[in-house]
Design a protein around this ligand. Sequence first.
Ligand SMILES: NC(=O)c1ccc[n+]([C@@H]2O[C@H](COP(=O)([O-])OP(=O)(O)OC[C@H]3O[C@@H](n4cnc5c(N)ncnc54)[C@H](O)[C@@H]3O)[C@@H](O)[C@H]2O)c1
Length: 282
Amino acid sequence: MKPESRSRTVAVVGAGVIGLSWARLFAGYGLTVRVVDPRPDLVVPDGVEIAASVAEAVRDADFVQENGPEDLEFKRTLFAELVREAPEHALLLSSSSAIPSTAFTKGIDGSRVLIGHPFNPPHVIPLVEVVPGEQTSEESVTKAVEFYRSLGRTPVVERKEIPGFVGNRLQAALSREAAYLVEQGVVTPQDLDAVVTNSLGIRWATVGPFLGAHLGGGPGGYRHLAEHIGKSMRGLDLGTPSQDPERLIKAVEDAYGSSTYPALAETRDRRQLAVLTALEEN
Ligand SMILES: NC(=O)c1ccc[n+]([C@@H]2O[C@H](COP(=O)([O-])OP(=O)(O)OC[C@H]3O[C@@H](n4cnc5c(N)ncnc54)[C@H](O)[C@@H]3O)[C@@H](O)[C@H]2O)c1
């Protein structure tokens, strides 16, 4: 996991679920990592430094990875400060899940600001969605792609801003139907999870929806699938979950609430790494 260790410095602004995972990845690749977060219970991975302020964290950074709250006003204020305080060559990347960078760079120089959206946890999952805003320079896009590649990630550049980008929009479509099926009493949360992890999850670890469908059509390919099974799928009346999620939340807590977060997260990381290892070996 440590192909190179050039002395690059990265500032991690916001050290919650995502920031701490990024910090772990960056430190694992030998980067100098400086974290800033006002939370009183901040504990950072080995080898990571804690800065007292955003200005101190970014002062000599080559890269800044922002992971603060998913809030437009927060990101607007923070990125104005980052543009002021970080060195001119520093790339300013946001982990934002849904808010495009054009929305929080109005009125400031956004040429080196762009989205570098990971999937949780970024120290394990390879995808980073690289999404330039209206002001982002092409040089910044290239630098972001090189940066994430150098950390063993798989950056995918998305050329048009859309709220939620690509990965979360796909996830939201599936999650919406999952919530509906549980609300309707068709399956329990555990059984729905079992359906996904024993079928779609395994398939999608190796082929995406399009190649999967193309193969599902046999020798006739995507056309055959679309014209035959696809027809019956198009007729499905997909559901909309209720606006009151309380029952659903309780059902999920009943299913998983007795295990601790670290235990569940450790199992998740181990299993995902096993899939990645198996893919590398085959
Ligand atoms: N959780 C996910 O699955 C996930 C996945 C990909 C991207 N993201 C995105 O990453 C970002 C962070 O999400 P998260 O889940 O880690 O949230 P989180 O609530 O776990 O962490 C946010 C952190 O920001 C800190 N913070 C608040 N004000 C700050 C400031 N002024 N300076 C520095 N730090 C400050 C908070 O103390 C907190 O620790 C969001 O934009 C989110 O959309 C989240």
